[in-house]
Design a protein around this ligand. Structure first.
Ligand SMILES: *Cc1c(COP(=O)(O)O)cnc(C)c1O
Length: 433
């Protein structure tokens, strides 16, 4: 086993990590339900859902069967001039799932990762204005602390200073940023919270194609929860100043925050929606960008100089991969069959009861809970190389970043497993000085 870890340290990059052997690294053999099985024989309760994705748990018999059945038909086929039932079904399902009383979106683009779905959303917005003969409307307005992915377009709308890409400033497309409202566990709305983005819109609207943001919960940018009124007022400003609105629900989508999609909770319909992460129940890399009829018609019109001919200029090799579509279809079925709302509500209730008391601890700045997300924000950044192995010792998989110790477990987690995660957090905090 050590040979394997050595070979990894020697040959492979991991996400946002240097190649030093100080970085904690554990060898996973298999996983099932809400448990990861280490090659050393230990079992860890999973608090991460492999970054929001594995909502139904690992090694799910029905998702496995969906993948196996599709493998025996066709694993992949080009999507240019060819189509297949898994994609057709999935598009219909996604359009149905994302309706907000009535259908909100009218067309689906299948992408191969979350970052790419953000690239496609940006491209849709820019092409839309190009086709309206307003090519000067080509910039994006976003909010600080956001995270939209690791490709260059997505990086250009991710927080420019605190985000993961500050060293690329000057190389990236320059976009506009506004402050987010005050965030936290129980926030009350104040009208002054809108002023930052309102003044950015008033000043720059003639060069802005779209506002892009993560609705209600900012994920990798700090697990920040903010008030839905912010989204309602932004929507009104977008209508007043003729801007498109893009919601990136790659993290928040598919029930995680307590509503199926955050835009439905806020009751604010964006023009373009990015989905990813949990879309296949965490089985493979897959994503989608949904657009409403206004965007579709706008792109098709191309009343500009006809450069695009009304064609959306994107088409990855693995677009609408049948295997991913088949698993995604099953994952959406499982959401309904398992009553995701009840699953997420139960997790939320238990988090409120068992995690919130940690806010009394002197090293803790705030504890916040929303749906199946529990966040303990510490006053100081945690010692990552100490805390991750410590959690493993305690039999849980929790991977903090910065000041944040957070969990977003699979929806199928059992109450005693969730208690084990929470007790492990209590334990490590009690050992901190
Ligand atoms: C993870 C994430 C992305 C990027 O998705 P990838 O699949 O990692 O490319 C984009 N936006 C949000 C909100 C995310 O959480």
């Amino acid at each position: 086993m050590n040979n394997l870890l050595d070979a990894d340290y020697q040959n492979i990059w991991h996400p946002y990590t240097n190649t030093s052997k100080d970085n904690p690294l554990f060898h996973i053999n298999s996983a099932s339900g809400a448990e990861l099985h280490l090659s050393s024989g230990e079992k860890l309760v999973d608090g991460m859902s492999s970054w929001w994705a594995v909502i139904h748990g690992y090694n799910h018999p029905e998702l496995n069967a969906a993948a196996k059945n599709q493998i025996d038909r066709v694993s992949h086929v080009m999507f240019g001039s060819l189509t297949h039932e898994p994609a057709i079904q999935l598009a219909e399902r996604l359009l149905k799932f994302t309706s907000n009383n009535k259908p909100t979106f009218d067309r689906v683009f299948f992408a191969d990762s979350g970052s790419v779905s953000v690239e496609v959303a940006i491209k849709m917005a820019i092409q839309y204005w190009f086709a309206q003969n307003k090519p000067q409307k080509s910039k994006l307005l976003s909010i600080r602390n956001g995270y939209h992915g690791d490709t260059f377009g997505a990086m250009s709308v991710t927080d420019p200073d605190n985000g993961m890409h500050s060293m690329f400033k000057g190389i990236l497309a320059e976009n506009y940023f506004a402050d987010i409202p005050v965030y936290g566990a129980n926030i009350e709305w104040k009208d002054e919270y809108i002023l930052s983005i309102q003044s950015a819109i008033e000043k720059h609207h003639s060069s802005i194609a779209a506002v892009i943001l993560e609705p209600l919960v900012q994920g990798a940018g700090g697990m920040k929860f903010y008030h839905p009124e912010y989204l309602r007022q932004i929507k009104a400003l977008c209508e007043q100043f003729d801007l498109l609105l893009i919601f990136d629900e790659i993290a928040t989508g598919f029930g995680r925050t307590g509503s199926l999609f955050a835009f439905q909770e806020a009751n604010v319909n964006p023009d373009i929606l990015c989905l990813g992460k949990a879309i296949t129940g965490g089985y493979m890399s897959f994503a989608a960008t949904l657009a409403n009829q206004k965007v579709v018609d706008g792109i098709h019109a191309d009343s500009g100089n006809g450069k695009t001919g009304g064609v959306l200029m994107h088409g990855p090799t693995f677009m609408a991969n049948p295997l991913a579509c088949a698993v995604a279809n099953k994952s959406l079925e499982l959401l309904e069959k398992n009553n995701w709302h009840h699953q997420v509500k139960s997790i939320e209730t238990q988090l409120l009861k068992e995690l919130i008391p940690l806010s009394e601890h002197s090293l803790v700045a705030e504890v916040r809970v929303k749906g199946a997300i529990g966040v303990v924000e510490m006053k100081q950044a945690v010692d990552f190389n100490w805390i991750v192995p410590k959690f493993v010792e305690l039999g849980v998989w929790i991977r903090p970043f910065g000041k944040l110790i957070y969990i977003m477990p699979p929806y199928i987690i059992k109450p005693e497993q969730l208690s084990k995660l929470i007790q492990a957090i209590q334990q490590v905090i009690s050992e901190m000085r």
